[in-house]
Design a protein around this ligand. Structure first.
Ligand code: XIL
Length: 353
């Protein structure tokens, strides 16, 4: 056989050819999810089609945050989040909930109100109970608390830390209480602590690990750790990420990759160089390989899947092109890298450590 033909046959037999979507490639190994917005589903048919075709899990990008769920003191608005839950059910997708307590997306009425300790404490309890009960049976895992630590490992000053937190039992005050409340509201939901910029180790990682150990020791209902994974080209290797993940799975916790993206420097039209797109593919591949190598890493979720609909350009000026599909919904090298990593035989459960 001529060499070229052999190369062709081998590459056709190769793994990337076998899977027609991320969700088929991930099937039986991990859940593959994305952040999603209901407005994009209704206004952009290409968005809706790719969302249903590629993913078996979604998480509302904003619709389960305080400011959207509870726009006024006397009013909850569940409609946009319910719309996403409906879409997920229609398309056989699981739903992650995000997030019950965060220092951002605090509605004005709440952040600027004058509250006594008791009132705030009651507001927090009502919120968690109402929201978790509303989505019980639909949301299988919650980011109960998001981004509570500073880079140096100290606890961030927030509405909750500064008030219900102080004086609450235990060293982690409001965080612990939030987990207890969420568990009481839906004992079946998996409860996660979610954060960023600790994935490669360091003081924030040490602080989260110390909290996780303390919670496990004292029976606080913490079930998993969310690794956001907002990466740049030089963020991480699979080995390093897997090592950090194992620190938690060794405690009996699950881990999820919750917000994966890899932002690139872009030109005025939002395009990156082809070289950077190849390097981006490597970073995506490393993240997926890390998760698949760790027993207890059960979900890989990206923070948006198309460069046409990504949070990155607004939040990181000069950066963009951070997702798996380009602005025209064409698969990028990163997409192929993820499919390839998901399709490796080494990704089977038995080979995980
Ligand atoms: C971001 C959303 O993508 C934006 O649309 C919104 O304006 C701000 O929040 N970490 C998180 C997410 O946990 O909730 C953030 O989402 C991105 C960083």
């Amino acid at each position: 056989m001529p060499v070229l033909l052999i190369v062709l046959v081998v590459s056709l037999l190769g793994t990337s050819f076998a899977a027609e979507s991320l969700r088929t490639a991930a099937h039986g190994k991990v859940r593959i999810g994305t952040a999603a917005k209901p407005g994009f589903i209704t206004e952009d048919s290409r968005y809706a089609a790719a969302l249903a075709r590629e993913f078996d899990q979604l998480e509302p990008e904003n619709e389960m945050k305080w400011s959207l769920l509870r726009p006024a003191h006397d009013r909850f608005d569940f409609a946009p989040a319910d719309e996403l839950v409906r879409f997920a059910k229609q398309n056989g997708m699981a739903v992650r909930g995000h997030t019950l307590l965060w220092h951002q997306a605090v509605p004005k009425w709440l952040g600027e109100g004058q509250w006594t300790w008791n009132e705030l404490s009651q507001l927090m309890a009502d919120h968690i109970q109402t929201v978790v009960k509303h989505f019980a049976g639909s949301v299988y895992a919650w980011d109960v608390v998001n981004e509570a630590f500073h880079p140096d490992g100290s606890l961030r000053s927030t509405l909750w830390y500064d008030s219900p937190g102080i004086g609450a039992e235990g060293p982690y005050g409001y965080i612990e209480r939030a987990f207890v409340l969420a568990h009481a509201a839906d004992p079946k939901a998996k409860l996660f602590y979610n954060d960023y910029a600790f994935e490669a180790g360091g003081p924030k990682f040490e602080a989260i690990l110390a909290m996780a150990r303390d919670f496990k020791k004292r029976g606080v209902p913490l079930h998993g750790i969310g690794f956001q994974c907002h990466f740049t080209l030089d963020s991480i290797t699979a080995e390093k990420l897997a090592k950090t993940m194992r620190a938690f799975t060794d405690l009996g916790l699950e881990v999820h990759i919750t917000e994966l993206d890899v932002r690139l420097p872009v030109d005025g039209t939002g395009h990156a160089t082809s070289q950077d797109l190849e390097r981006q593919a490597d970073v995506y591949g490393e993240a997926v390989r890390a998760c698949l190598g760790v027993r207890g890493c059960n979900a890989i979720q990206v923070w948006g899947f198309s460069d046409a609909r990504s949070w990155i350009p607004r939040f990181f000026p000069g950066y963009g092109a951070g997702t798996l599909f380009d602005q025209e919904y064409r698969a990028k090298p990163a997409y192929t890298a993820v499919i390839d990593a998901l399709s490796q035989p080494a990704a089977t459960a038995a080979s995980r450590k």
